[in-house]
Design a protein around this ligand. Sequence first.
Ligand code: ADP
Ligand code: MG
Length: 774
Amino acid sequence: MSRPKPCEAVKVVVRCRPFNRREETMDNDNILEVNSELGQITLRNPRASPEELMKSFTFDAVYDFESKQSDIYDDTVRPLVDSVLQGFNGTIFAYGQTGTGKTYTMLGMPTDNERGIIPNSFNHIFTQISRSQNQQYLVRASYLEIYREEVRDLLCKDKKLDLKENPDSGVYVKDLSSVVTKNVMELEHVMNIGDESRSVGFTNMNERSSRSHAIFMITVECSEKGADGEDHIRVGKLNMVDLAGSERQSKTGAKGERLKEATKINLSLSALGNVISALVDGKSTHIPYRDSKLTRLLQDSLGGNAKTVMVATLGPASKHYEESLTTLRYANRAKNIKNKPKINEDPKDALLREFQEEIARLKAQLEERGMLAKERRRRRRNSRRLTKSMIVEDVAHRERDAELWKALEAEWKQNEEYYIKEEDESKVKEEEEKGISRFNSVDNSVEGSPKTTVTSRIPIHRFSSVEDSPKKAFPTSTHSSPGAREKWKPFGEKEQMEKERMMDDMQKEQEAMEKIIEKYKAMESKILAGGKNIIDHTNEQQKMLELKKQEIAEQIRREREIQQQVMAQDEETGELRETFSSLQQEVDLKTKKLKRLYAKLQLVKAEIGDVIDEHVVTRQELEQTQNELTRELKFKYLLIENFIPPKEKNKIMNRLHFDSEEDQWRYRPFLPSESKSAHQVKRRPTSVVGYKRPISQYAQMAVTTGAPSRYRAENVMFLELDMSPPSMYNLNLNGAHLEQAFGGPGSPRRDLLANVPFRDRTTVSRRVRKSRSW
Ligand code: ADP
Ligand code: MG
């Protein structure tokens, strides 16, 4: 394996998928020409004239229609996963238009030779671990999706997550579930669970697959003894990303939806493009990682501490020429990103360290328990001997009561103390068991750090009442009668009880031990160690075979690089080596070269034109989006200015602040002093002495002058009731329409109508005739 370089370019490979059935029937032309040996791909414009030069791009590797999944894995991904096992961060992302084979490349099909990068990496990781020696590994996996700028945990249904940043580990997803896995099957299970939740999304949301980014994360922690004799932990993180379709979102959807599409769905991809441009530019001081969740999450993979592989996928059909060209240009730019990968050694958040410490503590606990059990057994033996001797003595002196009872009482006291101790011990045990159950929870919540056990001895609990005490089971001197039978009965019960209690204790002890052992074994089984199969001959041979394969792949890669360099040099220095026998020959050759260079110039010019056109289109789209956003903003302003009282508006504005971490406006919480006063009910102003309620100055004056009544004085309006007769209407009852309106001939309403008095319509007037301000 080549030694890690301090600076390493993003590796970009291109994969072309074969024609699909629909494209075949539609008689599409193949516009791609792939030269796998040179790592070159040529794109033909279906609408260009035949003499126009084709566009050529060179990449680290190019895979044609016939390429197999294993080719990509062995050639491109294997070295990256090996680096992850050494403690580097690694990222692979598939970029391309929808339907060009991103998911096929990343996940593939369930059949053996069609498995994609993700499942192939499972086999690779566990095979390598099984072959390792003197190393301990912990492998865990997470699966998430970014859709409309929301991060969703695919292993925990409908859990929306936030991104957080931490100075040590960089950007991470808060509360993302991760599963500790022991073998390939478990990792596959995790992958299937995640895929299922993704596919549930597909049916609910139209075309979700092409618009969400899925990230499968595997964290491999490896512990090994260093030269200093200490255990050192290396942590490698592998991100495998199936990006959303890179095609331009159509601009003809519904308004609200369209706006969201423009601002959110494509945001991640355009942000990714901007980040790549800024990184490649070299002059940019600001890299816009924070513009989208995807770029924030992949911050390390783009220009940071990671080794990155980008797989650009293409379709061969002529109708996708524009999109294919955009993909190739995008990929071509990404080639120039420089990363600075380094081995992550002894990070603070290594789960393996926590597991190791937990196992050590459980081990110590088991040992301690062993000692404890021994001690308890010894004490019990002593106590039993004591009780037995007491009984024998008692049988011998059955008739002598007074003295005997005194002795017995003393013995009971002793027994009582013993029981108290037993009780205390069982309390301690209970506490310890509580500690164990807490460890068990670690098993489920893998990310949670294990808690410490309660090992300290709690203060001895005394019985609060006589009823509580075990003495209740014994005959007390007041209860006891000197009768022999009655005397012996309690002893039998006592012994029985003691036995039962002992059995109970032992069982509890056993259960607690079993729990600890179970937990210990479960935790230990999660830590993987290799070296067991190393003696296996076939395994050894397989390892050699793989090494050879890897060497060959490395060799091919190097050859390709050299060929690419030679080609580039040839063009520049070719003429230096040429000798001309005659002037004419020189002229001919130079004319040829001039033609070639001219064609190249035209190509570059065309390229510039294309890029300008593309920029114009992008700018127009951005302007359109901006216009719509402005329109929306104006609408919101209108609502605020006209329908929210300025005082309220100011209050809200003062409380709002922008949370850049979550890219959201948030309400500032009430300050404690403020909130205290907010909870307090405002007191009513005190009334003027002598009045039941507050009263206006005018009313006070009125009361003192004694003119109007109190209520009238307080009224601002003067309402004088008009006592004229109520308004009347004339009803013309001979019309047939009334019959229709009030039902048929048998309807009871007819009689009712007959009694309705005629009313005069002319006396319509207001009931309240006068209303004037006081
Ligand atoms: P994407 O995820 O980019 O939208 P898919 O991976 O779903 O595209 O691929 C679309 C279709 O093309 C699938 O039916 C897939 O099986 C097929 N396909 C893609 N790439 C290949 C390939 N290299 N060989 C064979 N079939 C492929
Ligand atoms: Mg897909």
